[in-house]
Design a protein around this ligand. Structure first.
Ligand code: FES
Length: 156
């Protein structure tokens, strides 16, 4: 995951890549997320100004979608699939275990980790699935989850 400091020139280039089209706001926000890791107030102000939208318009879209986190993520991002196939294979219990073991609720972060739900990782045949820093893991139970997190922490 990229998590660069916000920089207005890079942000402008992203917006120009979408021809400054306000109807592309969701796609631009995804590109911001990929580049900067989160959507800051500064980003919202710049988007509003360059797309000729109100700040309330941009803020409304950002707050509607949980994907658009509005605070910096931890060093690692752990996503637990909570879509149907994974739920049928125990992702709810896995999610509870993850929250307990990381000491975080969903959509919460500390300096090390951000924990988020996700809705299908395209790995339904190997449910329940999780993603850690962009890498997908299948058939994850509580023990395997703890192993993956331990490895993630070693990789710092
Ligand atoms: S439902 Fe979880 S990977 Fe598809």
């Amino acid at each position: 995951m990229t998590n660069e400091d916000y920089d207005k020139q890079s942000a402008r280039e992203i917006i120009e890549g979408f021809e400054n089209r306000p109807e592309m706001l969701v796609q631009i926000l995804h590109a911001f997320l990929d580049r900067f890791g989160w959507i800051s107030d500064e980003a919202i102000r710049q988007l509003a100004s360059e797309l000729n939208l109100s700040r309330a318009d941009v803020h409304g879209v950002v707050s509607y979608y949980h994907d658009f986190r509005t605070s910096p993520p931890g060093k690692h991002v752990v996503k637990i699939c909570e879509a149907e196939a994974c739920q049928s294979m125990g992702s709810r219990e896995l999610s509870e275990h993850a929250q307990e073991s990381l000491g975080l609720g969903m959509h919460e972060s500390n300096d090390d980790v951000t924990l988020e739900p996700v809705y299908c990782l395209g790995n339904c045949a190997c449910s329940p699935a999780i993603m850690v820093d962009g890498k997908t893991f299948g058939r994850v139970n509580a023990d395997r989850f703890d192993e993956i997190v331990a490895t993630m922490n070693e990789a710092r």
